[in-house]
Design a protein around this ligand. Structure first.
Ligand code: ADP
Ligand code: MG
Length: 622
């Protein structure tokens, strides 16, 4: 069986999607899976998408915009607005508008020194702004995205995949998850942003093994991640970034450049100038020069400054240089040279700046890949992942590992692990089993998932009967192979080695569709019961051995007249008795010791029996 996905197979993804929607007369017959939203919760901008009729799409608000500012306005009367409306209120009530709240997610008070509104210390040492935790502020952004999605899709949405920077730690990820829950969204997956971007980029371009760098320069943060995709599995090899580097810094630099008195102005004037600087900056990505206009920016004075692309580039130069330092570090962390990369993907709004593109091209020695929409790639990737998890995108790569071990039950009710937990998928593994009783004609394969030693404490995913040719005990050979494909579907194959006959059973979505809480509980229990579980495994194993040994010993003693001394015969008898007692007492360690003693006591006897059998055989020949 050829397991490696060939690139051709992966290229088929879009064909499959087309298959899904090719209904009569252009009418889409969608694969209806569960609705899960894909959300890019960005520092400056956020976006939401969903898979509709088999296609991942981003959803636009009433104004037709697919990108929403990550801004929240908290009115004095307790009313709240998020998105563009919130940003519009900024010039009037700057102190009531929170932006870049992502910087505070999962942070302790004091960790972030500068913020758009005053930061307060929460009772638990966390930080709050305008009396709200960062999660609560983020939840308002998520609620607005959820509202837009429900308005467009005309049905309620209760689940989401949300992206976070690759460097986000557990606290930051947990805070993001909580924000989702506060917004009424069950967060089924936290996905890292570069992985999402690579997913949007890479669907139709995945080879057997490819490595890409994702250069993400947004509004407030910069990240460079090196990812490896192999057999449909994405792995972040290295990630470096600067949480204080982005387009906002360039806006501030340009505003200062145009208004020499910038630092002496009040907040409202600063905000007006910065907004104009951003407009000019964006225009200069297209044009060679643009006029910076700020009429009555402080109530009386006005500005009109001609800015050339060269002026902006001079201001951008030190910022770009900082990003390049991160790139070199990440490459060195990943242990690969720029030339070994298959692509450099640009995402983030600030990568529209021509000077950024040129600098990246020079450092990596190649033209960067511009196939992705800079503002939308991350949200699109999140949407694709959501579609996969929801089952509305089929035949897709799943970026995953097995959350729990998979195995089968063996003699005595033990769990026999075949694919350990945290194995990246797709994967396969197998093991050989034999018959427990002579003449047995079939064996039941119980497929289990979990971390416990005893089969009964794990979850049974399914079971089936494998027929094989009756053989003396221990001589039948049944190979059991587990294979998890890129869709997370577990296929169990059992083969009677003698006849080559296969029994194949498919278990859908068992491998990956376990919710986090259940995984945590299972892993927690396996630790909690580790001691008991181990004792039970030792006992069961020793018991199986004893049950095999005792009748064999009785039989051997009957045949062994004259082969062993009286002392040896007595020791064998005593040892066998000790085994029976320990079995009756049900104590694991004494039983194990007794079985070992019996094994040892019968060594001479066994050797003598073998010798005699050989002599007899030779005599017959002679
Ligand atoms: P984030 O992921 O941090 O939310 P985005 O990826 O949405 O950020 O990028 C936002 C940044 O991109 C802003 O600083 C914005 O000014 C900048 N930007 C957007 N369009 C352009 C453009 N045409 N030229 C230069 N910068 C741009
Ligand atoms: Mg972003």
């Amino acid at each position: 069986m050829e397991e490696n996905l060939r690139s051709g197979e992966i290229q088929g993804i879009f064909d499959n999607l087309r298959d899904c929607v090719s209904g009569p007369a252009g009418k889409a017959v969608g694969v209806t899976g569960e609705l899960i939203l894909g959300i890019d919760l960005g520092t400056t901008h956020s976006a939401v998408g969903a898979v509709e009729s088999g296609f991942p799409i981003l959803l636009a608000d009433e104004e037709g915009r697919r990108i929403m500012p990550s801004a929240v306005w908290f009115g004095a009367d307790g009313s709240v607005e998020a998105g563009r409306k919130a940003l519009r209120r900024r010039s009037v009530e700057p102190g009531r508008v929170v932006t870049s709240v992502k910087r505070l997610m999962g942070r302790r008070h004091g960790e972030e020194r500068e913020f758009c509104v005053p930061m307060e210390r929460a009772a638990d040492g966390g930080v709050t702004v305008l009396g709200r935790s960062p999660e609560e502020v983020s939840a308002e952004i998520l609620k607005e995205l959820k509202r837009i999605a429900e308005m467009r899709l005309e049905r309620p949405a209760g689940k989401a995949v949300i992206t976070v920077p690759a460097y986000f730690n557990d606290a930051q990820r947990a805070a993001t998850k909580r924000a989702g829950e506060l917004a009424g969204l069950e967060v089924v997956r936290i996905l890292s942003e570069p992985t999402a971007a690579a997913l949007a980029y890479g669907l139709d371009k995945l080879g057997d093994r490819s490595r890409v760098a994702v250069y993400d320069l947004g509004g407030g943060t910069f990240d460079l991640s090196v990812l490896e995709m192999q057999d449909g599995v994405f792995q972040v090899l290295a990630t470096r970034g600067d949480t204080r580097l982005g387009g906002d810094d360039l806006d501030a630099a340009l505003a200062r450049h145009c208004a020499a008195d910038f630092d002496t102005l009040d907040d409202a004037a600063k905000i007006r100038l910065t907004a104009e600087a951003e407009r000019v900056k964006c225009a200069l990505s297209e044009r060679e020069s643009e006029t910076f206009r700020a009429p009555f920016y402080d109530g009386s004075r006005s500005l009109e400054v001609e800015v050339s692309r060269g002026d902006l580039e001079a201001l951008a130069k030190p910022l770009i240089a900082r990003s390049l330092t991160c790139c070199r570090q990440a490459l060195s962390d990943a242990g690969i040279a720029a030339a070994e990369l298959d692509a450099v993907v640009l995402v983030g709004g600030s990568t529209r700046i021509p000077a950024v593109r040129a600098a990246v091209a020079e450092l990596f020695g190649r033209e960067p890949d511009l196939s992705q929409h800079p503002d939308e790639a991350v949200a699109l990737g999140a949407t694709i992942q959501a579609g996969v998890l929801g089952g509305s995108l089929r035949k897709m790569v799943l970026l995953d590992v097995t959350p729990l071990s998979l195995g089968v039950e063996t003699f005595g009710g033990l769990m026999n692990v075949i694919i350990p937990r945290n194995t990246t998928i797709p994967c396969k593994a197998g093991e050989m089993f034999t018959n427990a009783a002579s003449g047995q004609a079939s064996m039941r394969v119980r497929v289990l998932q979990g971390e416990r030693e005893m089969a009964r404490d794990n979850w049974e995913l399914g079971n089936f009967e494998v027929p094989f040719e009756p053989m003396p005990k221990g001589q039948a050979r049944v190979g059991v192979q587990f294979r998890i494909d890129e869709n997370g579907i577990l296929e169990v194959l059992a083969r009677d080695v003698k006849t080559g006959r296969d029994t194949v059973v498919e278990i859908r979505n068992a491998a990956v569709d376990v919710d986090d809480a259940a995984v945590e509980k299972m892993v927690g229990e396996s630790v909690e019961y580790a001691f008991d579980d181990m004792a039970e495994r030792i006992f069961t194993e020793a018991k199986l051995k004893a049950e095999e040994l005792l009748p064999a010993v009785d039989q051997a003693l009957a045949m062994a007249a004259g082969l062993v001394s009286e002392d040896e015969r007595r020791e064998i008898g005593d040892a066998a008795e000790a085994v029976r007692e320990a079995l009756a007492a049900g104590l694991p360690n004494p039983l194990k010791a007794a079985v070992q003693r019996l094994d040892k006591a019968t060594e001479t006897l066994a050797a003598a029996l073998v010798e005699r059998a050989m002599e007899e055989a030779l005599e017959r020949r002679g």
